[in-house]
Design a protein around this ligand. Structure first.
Ligand code: DX5
Ligand code: ZN
Length: 262
């Protein structure tokens, strides 16, 4: 299915697979490799059974890159934590609908902190959960894994929900204002289906060359990985089927092709 070309396609790496002992260098290398933003997976050990990165660690890397930071707040108390992550240098906060009894107020509060507000939906949460707050968000994140860990299997049964959220955004005339991000298990073999269902911001984690290799390989693989993945997503959005997507033989070729595509 081909969709309007006005929708940009962005690849955002999750920091989870990065080398946590060198996060400053890692975000700098990701910027050098051409990604569009950094996706911080923040987990509090309450909302999800894992504990990752606090605001001081995010703040420590802020000066190492000029890329925008988004904080995926997989936390039980987003209202309490929001200001800390904005102070740490995150320009976008993603709260989980399931953690916000007063989601409308939480999103308005994030905007009042000067950050962009986004809302994430766990696999079992219906798209209708965001029907009455689309005017308050700049992005809806449809989880394609159960949150808590990287390296999980992409849940393809989320594609009807991606399509439904895309339809809600389109019907409200919000295509240029509200992005649709998918998160979890996205890589060269799953990106076409996710983008084809309507996602335009794609989180690359363990399933993509970006993060599965060491930092040295990262530069080569990331350029290659990001551009190949971007080409795939972009071609899919244009309705060019997977049969036309081929692996580029070099970084230069991938860049030239991606440039031509954009
Ligand atoms: C899971 C996180 C995702 C995930 C992405 O809770 O929100 O960002 O780590 O990594 P992969 O692509 O490995 O699923
Ligand atoms: Zn995430």
């Amino acid at each position: 299915a081909s969709v309007g070309m006005s929708r940009r396609v962005e690849i955002a790496p999750s920091v989870l697979p990065c080398d946590f002992s060198r996060l400053g260098e890692e975000v700098a290398a990701l910027e050098a490799a051409g990604v569009d933003r950094i996706h911080w997976d923040i987990m509090d050990g309450q909302f999800v059974p894992n504990l990752t990165i606090g605001p001081d660690v995010v703040a420590a890397t802020r000066a190492h890159t000029s890329l925008p930071f988004e904080a995926h707040l997989m936390v039980l108390t987003p209202d309490v934590m929001a200001a800390r992550y904005v102070e740490a240098g995150c320009s976008r906060l993603i709260v989980h609908a399931e953690a916000c009894p007063h989601l409308h107020r939480t999103l308005a509060n994030i905007a009042s902190l000067g950050a962009k507000a986004s809302v994430a939906l766990n696999p079992a949460t219906p798209a209708s959960a965001v029907a009455h707050v689309l005017d308050l968000v700049d992005m809806v994140l449809v989880m394609t894994v159960n949150p808590g860990f990287g390296g999980q299997q992409y849940i393809a049964t989320m594609e009807p929900k991606i399509r439904e959220v895309r339809r809600m955004i389109t019907e409200r005339g919000l295509t240029d204002r509200v992005d649709l991000e998918v998160d979890g298990g996205i890589g060269p073999s799953t990106i076409a289906a996710a983008a084809g269902a309507g996602a335009n911001i794609l989180i690359a984690g363990n399933n993509d060359p970006i993060s599965s290799k060491g930092i040295d390989m990262l530069k080569a693989e990331t350029f290659f990985g990001v551009y190949v993945v971007s080409i795939r997503a972009n071609w899919w959005l244009r309705g060019i089927g997977d049969e036309n997507v081929h692996e580029c033989r070099s970084i230069e070729e991938a860049k030239a092709e991606a440039q031509a595509d954009y």
